[in-house]
Design a protein around this ligand. Structure first.
Ligand code: SF4
Ligand code: SF4
Ligand code: SF4
Length: 415
């Protein structure tokens, strides 16, 4: 009966599946603080009440990392249910966004006219999509990757934009769809067929939401071709696979191949590949439950022991870097000595925004673009609000003038 208030059929189906199939073996709970707090997926599905604001806020404490699915003996996907619950919360009008204003503003800037830039040379069918974080923290290395890719893909284009993964994770489904499909349509209209990404979150969004664009990581491309030249320094490291690549075994293999080609010895942790742990940033849980977020990082630190962690997600590198020596594999490609000594210079906010503008200006000069644009589309709902903005301002102004006139008339006729 509790479920009668649910608006979305996809959530109803998901709850029913968990309720029927979960055998409550407890394997997922053993791994996850969030489930230890709230119960087995079956208990959560059976008791979920969308008229309770507590229940609508609960799924925002799940990291959406998918470890529960990876360990489940009956192959059900609790993470998908928690994402559906987040979408339901948004559909029910839950106002959670003060907690997420920083991340949503970050996304908004990424897709804005000021920071976005698309440049497609003549006959371009492949673009490099570095994502926001790498472009801000390591803009020189983004240039280096682009230049190295151009040796094997001479007509390579560039897209500086945000994949809108934060909106995805926060359940803002319609915003994600309108932004992503506008970008996808633009690229397809101009002949782009393939996207090369450096960020696992971007990979996830393109893989899950694009119908026709093929997505591949630059790591797989480098494993098939070559790395930018730099020295090799033998050392022992361990690898953190970002949870966005959990099922992508070809990416895990490419990363290990590249690390070994740099003469690194890999001391694998217990939880890697399909059983990897979240770094703590998953699902932006840190905004609402910092303890759950920190717990993942502590588990990673304990598993890594004395080895430096190498990862291939700028978000993971950043958050794990607070608890353990960690490097992005891209730092290792360009300056292994600094990376292995923990001396890589990583830009921090607000310099990251300046770097993104510098990168944009670099590509404006570097690429002889047959097609280029800065993005002005900011989502269907946002556009409707934006369209009404001038009308609202005009009415406010008229109301203000009328009130001022009334006051003036009253004052002039007052005895
Ligand atoms: S997705 Fe991760 S955080 Fe969420 S329930 Fe599963 S294991 Fe726990
Ligand atoms: S691992 Fe699967 S079956 Fe076991 S409690 Fe978790 S969801 Fe249920
Ligand atoms: S930062 Fe990395 S591991 Fe964490 S959620 Fe994003 S992709 Fe997954």
């Amino acid at each position: 009966m509790r479920h009668r208030h649910i608006k979305r059929q996809t959530l109803l189906d998901s709850l029913q599946r968990k309720s029927e199939k979960c055998i409550e073996c407890g394997l997922c709970r053993k791994e996850c603080k969030f489930l230890q707090q709230y119960g087995t997926p079956k208990q959560i599905a059976d008791s979920f009440d969308p008229s309770s604001s507590k229940d609508l806020k609960m799924p925002f404490e799940c990291s959406l990392c998918g470890l529960c699915r990876a360990v489940c003996p009956v192959k059900i996907n609790p993470a998908a249910m928690f994402l559906e619950m987040r979408r339901e919360a948004i559909a029910q009008g839950v106002q959670l966004f003060p907690d997420y204003s920083i991340i949503l503003n970050y996304e908004k800037r990424g897709t804005s006219k000021r920071y976005s830039y698309y440049a497609l040379p003549e006959n371009c069918d492949t673009v490099f999509f570095p994502g926001c974080t790498l472009a801000g923290t390591r803009h020189d290395k983004v240039k280096g990757i682009y230049e190295h890719l151009r040796k094997t893909i001479p007509q390579l284009g560039i897209v500086l934009d945000c994949c809108t993964k934060p909106s995805h994770d926060l359940g803002r489904e319609s915003h994600l769809h309108s932004m992503f499909h506008e970008m996808e349509n633009f690229l397809q209209r101009h002949g782009v067929k393939k996207i090369l990404v450096a960020c696992p979150s971007c990979y996830r969004v393109f893989k899950d939401y694009s119908e026709d664009l093929r997505v591949k990581t630059v790591y797989e491309h480098f494993a098939e071709t070559s790395l930018p030249p730099s020295s090799n320094i033998p050392a022992t490291i361990t690898i953190h696979d970002p949870c966005s690549t959990r099922d992508e075994q070809q990416i895990h293999a490419a990363i290990r191949q590249l690390a070994e080609s740099k003469l690194l010895t890999i001391d694998e942790m217990k939880y890697v590949g399909t059983k990897t742990l979240c770094c703590g940033e998953g699902g932006t849980v840190g905004c609402v439950n910092p303890d759950y977020s920190a717990n993942w990082g502590i588990r990673r630190k304990e598993a890594a022991g004395k080895s430096r962690i190498i990862t291939y997600c700028a978000g993971c590198a950043n958050i794990l870097g607070f608890v353990h020596p960690t490097s992005h594999i891209i730092d290792l490609f360009f300056d292994p000595q600094a990376a292995l000594a923990g001396k890589t210079k990583i830009a921090k906010t607000p310099w990251t925004y300046l770097n993104r503008l510098l990168l944009k200006s670099y590509f404006k000069k570097r690429i002889d673009a047959a097609v280029s644009r800065e993005r002005t589309f900011c989502g269907e709902n946002t556009n409707k609000v934006a369209a009404f903005k001038p009308v609202v301002i005009l009415f406010t102004l008229i109301a203000f003038i009328i009130v001022a006139l009334i006051i003036a008339v009253r004052m002039s006729i007052a005895p």
